[in-house]
Design a protein around this ligand. Sequence first.
Ligand SMILES: [Zn+2]
Length: 111
Amino acid sequence: MEKSKEEIIEEMQKVVAQMVIDDLEDNPDCANEFFECDCCGKNKCLAGSIQYEDYRLCNDCVLLAETGFALGKFTKIQPLIDAMEDSRLEEACNFIKDEEARKQKLDENLN
Ligand SMILES: [Zn+2]
């Protein structure tokens, strides 16, 4: 019997959550190791991350990727990276805004 979309998503959530547990069991230190996810652009924990081709994805993005693969939305990681480009830009904008706010505060303190 074909699995429903909901069943596939639920299954993937379990599989991907298990990856974090396995990684932490293999290497407890990776709980304190962080990297910049190539997909969402956020600074994420190394535990549960996966390398796909040239990209390293955080656990949240792995869930998106694996669910997308399972549902046949895409077969390679590139379309997901492209789709995430907008939110990556947003992330970059937030960083710049924070930086500007910080500078402004600094200026205020100096004057
Ligand atoms: Zn990510």
